[in-house]
Design a protein around this ligand. Structure first.
Ligand SMILES: Nc1ncnc2c1ncn2[C@@H]1O[C@H](COP(=O)(O)OP(=O)(O)OP(=O)(O)O)[C@@H](O)[C@H]1O
Ligand SMILES: [Mg+2]
Length: 220
């Protein structure tokens, strides 16, 4: 569960989010839409607690923004998978090692790591690319690797900030289909996007961020 209670975020006295309350239930698929600068990334940062609200409370699973300690945040971020527009892969490691890294840091054992990484790569159709380096991949392939890495610890939610922002329309749609499939298997998804065409083609809850407020909208 993700809950925001009366959350306000201000930067240098400028209010970006103004007393927002919202909940995202387990297994929900939510699109965050809104103009550039409206606060979509800020909302996602609140959810993975990269940002503490100026006022109000964010609760994600058992973590509360008023009480969470720095050393707990890595655990929170395993409860969430995080995907960005610019991929953020480690360029000096193979596809396999990029995905495995997220397990190494949890102290998983060698054999277990291998089994889980191969499984995650297979699930997402990446087995044949496992020994490639990031600079040998297309944008869509890179984003699949990022998604495999984000899912490796079985997060309850995947948070995605414009995951298709650097991809062409066809590849974007493939990534969307993949996210939909992941959602069908039970992972909640919160995704910020500018791409209304994509939102229109998918079934999901749509939250619009506008003038500091967030509300549910229906696209016609
Ligand atoms: N660390 C920061 N310091 C100061 N201002 C910030 C900071 N982060 C965001 N802002 C401001 O907050 C507002 C919302 O930014 P945010 O990145 O959340 O927008 P966005 O909806 O994600 O935009 P985009 O669609 O361009 O990604 C913007 O006006 C931005 O300039
Ligand atoms: Mg943004």
């Amino acid at each position: 569960m993700i809950n925001l209670h009366d959350v306000t975020v201000s930067f240098n006295g400028q209010t970006v989010l103004d007393q927002i309350s919202l909940s995202v239930s387990p297994g929900e698929f939510v699109f965050l839409v809104g103009q550039t600068g409206s606060g979509k990334s800020t909302l996602l940062r609140l959810m993975y607690m990269d940002l503490v609200p100026t006022e109000g409370t964010v609760v994600v699973e058992q973590y509360n923004s008023n009480h969470v300690r720095e050393r707990e945040k890595p655990y929170l971020r395993r409860t969430l998978g995080i995907v960005f527009q610019d991929f953020r892969l480690m360029e000096d490691r193979s596809v396999y090692d990029n995905v495995a890294f997220a397990l190494h840091v949890t102290g998983a054992k060698g054999k277990d790591i291998r089994r889980r990484v191969l499984r995650a790569l297979a699930d997402i159709g990446l087995t044949h690319l496992r020994n490639k380096m990031p600079d040998e991949l297309s944008g869509g392939e890179k984003q699949r690797v990022v998604i495999a890495r984000a899912l490796i610890n079985h997060p309850s939610f995947l948070l995605a900030d414009e995951p298709t922002g650097n991809l062409d329309p066809g590849t974007s749609f493939d990534i969307m289909k993949l996210l939909k499939e992941i959602n069908t298997r039970g992972t909640g998804i919160v995704m910020a996007t500018h791409n209304y065409e994509l939102v229109r083609r998918m079934n999901g809850r749509i939250l619009q961020v506008k003038d500091g407020k967030v509300f549910d909208v229906e696209l016609k």
